[in-house]
Write a protein that binds this ligand. Structure first.
Ligand SMILES: [Zn+2]
Ligand SMILES: [Zn+2]
Length: 347
């Protein structure tokens, strides 16, 4: 099969022929019809993810067709249209038994713990636990975005963030996951403040329901701007980019008893990130993480998509070929772009 492969961190990836995957007993091989390009892929390529071994094929936001099933798979057959959360649970550890597959103790992640979906085929483990059927009218390109950015944003805003109608929600960083969060929070009846350095990203945020946009290029203290706009601070605030600056701005822009959601990854040489914790004590803030979303919790999100309340299709701003993927991957660091780039490996 053809796949995007890199041999060294930070050095150009290339498209080449590699052996196709075989399914595990409990797994499947999926023919990849669409796979989103995500900043997490860039982090992996840069060497920020300890799970990756070289050579490596990135890609974790995918949709496609089941090609081959392992002997112990009961629920899926070749030809089924599926997507998958980027965190695949084992189905049997204490976290999975409690329903929290997104923090499984033996989790696998395509594109991190094994070869991913920037390829014509990808192997997915524990298929009965992790695969999600794509509703009939949802395109592969749209479904691909559900696995990472959209589901992650949904879990962050709705499940972890407990958004309520009428609340102020600040979203720092309006890339794929940030724009998804803007759309989901606005659809939940919240008043959304979008913060970014890109006018194009802010235009999209406005189109997706942001009530106010803050251009961080000419607003050095975005936290102060959020506090001012909201008469005291946001009820819920997301760092959807992942940087010490946006993390601090998110926490500092909260009102009393507000909730901070860390969604963007925070790589650092020693694994730590400074957070204004003193503010968390005095204002009784909640600091929360969000890590994908378990497959069994997809139905309420898919129902909102089916009803047209949520429009992940609008997030897909371009589709590219596998051959264009290495350059697009390298560009994610300096120019994460607005909206979602989706790779179609068979194009
Ligand atoms: Zn597990
Ligand atoms: Zn992702």
């Amino acid at each position: 099969m053809r796949a995007v492969v890199f041999e060294r961190y930070g050095e150009p990836a290339e498209v080449r022929e590699v052996p196709g995957p075989r399914p595990a007993e409990h797994g499947v091989v999926v023919r990849v019809e669409a796979t989103g390009l995500c900043r997490s892929d860039w982090h992996g390529w840069m060497g920020h993810d300890p799970d990756i071994t070289l050579p490596h094929v990135p890609g974790h936001e995918l949709a496609g067709v089941v090609e081959e099933v392992g002997a112990r798979v009961a629920r899926w057959n070749p030809g089924d249209r599926v997507t998958v959360p980027f965190v695949c649970g084992c189905g049997s550890c204490p976290s999975c038994v409690a329903g929290d597959h997104q923090v499984c103790e033996r989790q696998t992640q395509p594109g991190f713990t094994h070869w991913g979906s920037f390829a014509q085929y990808v192997a997915l483990d524990h298929a009965d636990v992790n695969l999600v059927a794509i509703p009939g009218d949802l395109s592969y390109a749209t479904a691909a975005a559900l696995g990472c950015r959209f589901a992650t944003a949904f879990r962050a805003v709705v499940q972890q963030g407990r958004v309520a109608a009428g609340e102020w929600v600040a979203v720092h960083g309006c890339g794929g996951v940030g724009l998804s969060a803007v759309m989901i929070a606005a659809a939940s009846g919240a008043r959304v403040i979008a913060v970014d350095v890109s006018p194009k990203a802010l235009d999209l945020a406005r189109a997706f329901g942001a009530a106010v946009c803050v251009d961080a290029r000419d607003t050095p203290d975005t936290a102060a701007a959020v506090r001012e706009l909201t008469d005291g601070g946001a009820h819920l605030s997301l760092d959807a980019l992942g940087s010490p600056a946006t993390c601090a701005a998110s926490v500092n822009g909260l009102r009393r008893r507000g909730r901070h959601l860390q969604v963007g990854l925070l790589p650092s040489p020693d694994g730590t990130t400074p957070v204004p914790l003193a503010r968390a004590i005095a204002l009784e803030l909640e600091l929360l993480g969000s890590h994908g979303m378990a497959a069994h919790t997809y139905p309420p999100m898919l129902e909102l998509v089916r009803a047209g309340v949520l429009r992940p299709d609008l997030l897909v701003t371009s589709t590219i070929t596998l051959d264009a993927a290495p350059d697009a991957l390298a560009a994610m660091g300096s120019a994460p772009g607005a909206g979602a780039v989706v790779i179609e490996p068979w194009r």
